[in-house]
Design a protein around this ligand. Structure first.
Ligand SMILES: [Zn+2]
Length: 265
C-alpha cells in the first residue's frame, strides 16, 4: 500500500512536472515595407506568406497577455499550436504597411514602444496612429524603455548614482508615460538590444513590470526567469523554412551557432 502511494506520488510529480513546463514561441519584428531596405525590414509579401503559413498549418496567434497567463499557470490551456507576435520600436511602417495585414488576418499584436520617439522621430508613428491601432483591439502597446538606451554603454559612461537614476527613468518612467498616453496598464517590457543583467531584471520587477522579453532565440518557457523570456527576431533573410523552425521549436533544439539564424547587434 505504502509502495503504491509512493509510486502514485512519483507519477503525479512527473505528470505535474510535464504540465508545468509550458512553452510558447514569441516572434519579434521591427519594420515592414514593399522593399527590403535593411536587414530588419520584412517585406509585406513575406509577412503575408508567414501569416498564411501559420493559418495553413493550424497555428493560432494568441495575445501576449494570454501567453503570459499560460506561462504563469493562470490560464490552464491554450491552442496546441500557439504563437505570439510582437513588434519593437514603433516604426511608422507598422501603421502604413503591417496594419492592413494584421486586420486581414485578425491577429493580436503587441507593440513594444519607447515614448521618446513617438510623435517625435521621423521614422516613428504618432500617438494618434498608435491610439487608432489600439482602437482596433488587435494592437496593444507595452514598454521598450523611455528612449532606447544601450544599458551597457550607460553603465560605463555614468556614475553609479546617475546610472541608477537613468535606469529608473527608462523602466519606471517609460511605464508611467505609456500609461498616461494609452490609458491602460503597462505590464510588459522588451529589453533594448536584448541587453539585460541580473540587476536590471530585479529593477524591472521593482518598476512594476510582471514580465520582460529578450531576443534570446528560444521559446518563452515557464521554466525561465519571467523577466528574461526568449523571443525569435524575424529578419529579412529568414526563409519560410527558417520561420517554420522558429515556431515549431526545432530551431531551439539545433546546436548553438549551427542554425545560421543568430542576430547580433
Ligand atoms: Zn528596439
Amino acid at each position: 500500500m505504502v509502495r503504491l502511494v509512493v509510486i502514485l506520488a512519483v507519477l503525479m510529480g512527473v505528470l505535474w512536472g510535464a504540465a508545468s513546463d509550458r512553452k510558447v514561441p514569441v516572434l519579434c519584428y521591427h519594420r515592414f515595407g514593399t522593399e527590403v531596405v535593411d536587414s530588419m525590414t520584412i517585406k509585406s509579401a513575406a509577412f503575408t506568406e508567414q501569416m498564411e503559413w501559420l493559418k495553413a498549418n493550424g497555428y493560432t496567434v494568441i495575445p501576449l497577455d494570454t501567453a503570459v497567463g499560460y506561462l504563469q499557470g493562470k490560464i490552464k490551456s491554450i491552442p496546441a499550436k500557439s504563437v505570439v507576435i510582437t513588434v519593437d520600436d514603433g516604426h511608422k511602417s507598422v501603421y502604413s504597411d503591417m496594419a492592413t495585414i494584421v486586420k486581414k488576418y485578425r491577429i493580436p499584436v503587441t507593440l513594444f514602444i519607447y515614448p521618446s520617439a513617438i510623435s517625435n522621430a521621423k521614422y516613428a508613428m504618432t500617438w494618434d496612429q498608435i491610439r487608432e491601432l489600439e482602437t482596433t483591439k488587435l494592437f496593444h502597446v507595452e514598454s521598450h524603455t523611455y528612449w532606447h538606451p544601450n544599458f551597457n554603454h550607460e553603465k560605463k559612461k555614468l556614475s553609479s548614482e546617475e546610472y541608477a537614476k537613468s535606469v529608473d527613468k527608462q523602466l519606471g518612467g517609460a511605464k508611467k508615460k505609456l500609461e498616461e498616453k494609452t490609458g491602460h496598464e503597462i505590464k510588459y517590457l522588451a529589453w533594448v538590444f536584448g541587453i539585460y543583467d541580473d540587476t536590471l531584471l530585479v529593477d524591472a520587477k521593482k518598476s512594476g513590470y510582471t514580465t520582460a522579453f529578450t531576443i534570446d532565440r528560444k521559446h518563452a518557457s515557464s521554466t525561465d526567469n519571467m523577466m528574461a523570456l526568449g523571443r525569435y527576431m524575424v529578419i529579412s533573410k529568414h526563409t519560410i523554412k527558417d520561420f517554420e523552425r522558429m515556431v515549431n521549436g526545432s530551431e531551439e533544439k539545433m546546436p548553438q551557432g549551427k542554425n545560421n539564424l543568430k542576430m547580433t547587434y
